[in-house]
Design a protein around this ligand. Structure first.
Ligand code: PAF
Length: 306
């Protein structure tokens, strides 16, 4: 991510306090502040997050900062996108650390509402996108995307964002949100930013902190298997089943107890399953390492001059 390192290195502890984003908790206050900014003709960039920020989120905020006048990062662990038994209760919440991290790039606002403020008693609306929500994550977490689209639409309305930034790490989520924007003619533009990886290839995720050191080591096979898929395609392999078998074998060799929910090769726009890897293809996988469910993906383009 060009520029990311430089901005993050420019941190000065003494200035941290005054550089912290302004914390807004009440949705009505967020709306009011946005009204005033819109009247001044400001372009609003929104980075929706569930907090526990890492460099992946920071890269989104930096993209927003480069393209917009005002940057709002939302920090809300959205209860409606978790099913009973998922990690809603243990999901990390660390607003102070998030404020400090964002002070490094002087984000304007951190919007961190309470669940009660976002879903007051009697709240009874739901945004449902069909089609692309029914496979992959949607098949394993059937209520998940309704929770995501509902909260994202609320965030779009409250911030009246001109542009909203999402990470490629949640590739299917981006496709779902893009479909919602198209189908509902929403005025917000959505932008997908590249996956940010640790030096050893692990895709950054707030959930990585659940992994023990040994599990983290085993989890590195996810990215390695995606790289192998790319290598095979670039060497001329087109049969997706052959590639999938190779990826499965790699994952199970690294962790015989890994639970592979899916390894999917799909159309980059619709995610529709491809049996032959021809043209642009996105490889997506979800694997449980220990009790942590990880997702990762790679866009594989035909080799230049192939
Ligand atoms: O990607 C996430 O962190 C969440 O799904 C989002 C988009 C912030 C909605 O809660």
């Amino acid at each position: 991510m060009p520029g990311t390192g430089a901005v993050i290195m420019a941190y000065n502890m003494d200035e941290a306090e005054e550089l912290k984003p302004y914390l807004v908790e009440a949705p009505a206050e967020m709306s009011r502040r946005i009204d005033a900014l819109k009247q001044q003709g400001k372009k609003i960039g929104l980075v929706p997050t569930m907090g526990a920020l890492h460099l992946g989120h920071m890269s989104l905020a930096i993209a927003a900062k480069n393209e917009c006048d005002v940057v709002v990062v939302s920090d809300f662990v959205n209860p409606t996108q978790f099913a009973p038994g998922e990690d809603y209760d243990k999901y990390p919440r660390m607003i102070d650390a998030d404020l400090t991290l964002l002070s490094q790039i002087k984000t304007d606002y951190l919007f961190a509402p309470s669940p009660q403020a976002m879903y007051p008693n009697g709240f009874d609306a739901k945004v449902h996108v069909g089609g692309v929500t029914e496979i992959l994550e949607g098949a394993f977490r059937p209520t998940h995307f309704d929770g995501v689209t509902t909260v994202v639409l609320k965030l779009f309305m409250l911030t009246r964002a001109d542009v909203a930034y999402f990470g490629q790490k949640d590739y299917q989520q981006f496709c779902v949100i893009k479909k919602m924007v198209e189908d509902l003619n929403l005025p917000t533009m959505v932008e997908m930013c590249p996956i940010i990886r640790e030096a050893d290839g692990l895709a950054m995720s707030s959930r990585n902190r659940y992994l023990s050191d040994e599990e983290r080591e085993r989890a590195l096979v996810l990215n390695r298997s995606l790289e192998e898929a790319e290598r095979m395609i670039h060497s001329g392999e087109r049969d997706v089943e052959t590639i999938r078998k190779r990826m499965r074998a790699m994952i199970l060799e690294a962790d015989p107890n890994a639970q592979i929910d899916y390894i999917h090769f799909g159309n980059t726009q619709t995610l529709q399953e491809m049996e032959r890897a021809v043209g642009n293809v996105v490889a997506l996988l979800a694997v449980r390492i220990g009790s942590t469910r990880l997702i990762d993906n790679r866009i594989i383009r035909p080799k230049a001059n192939a």
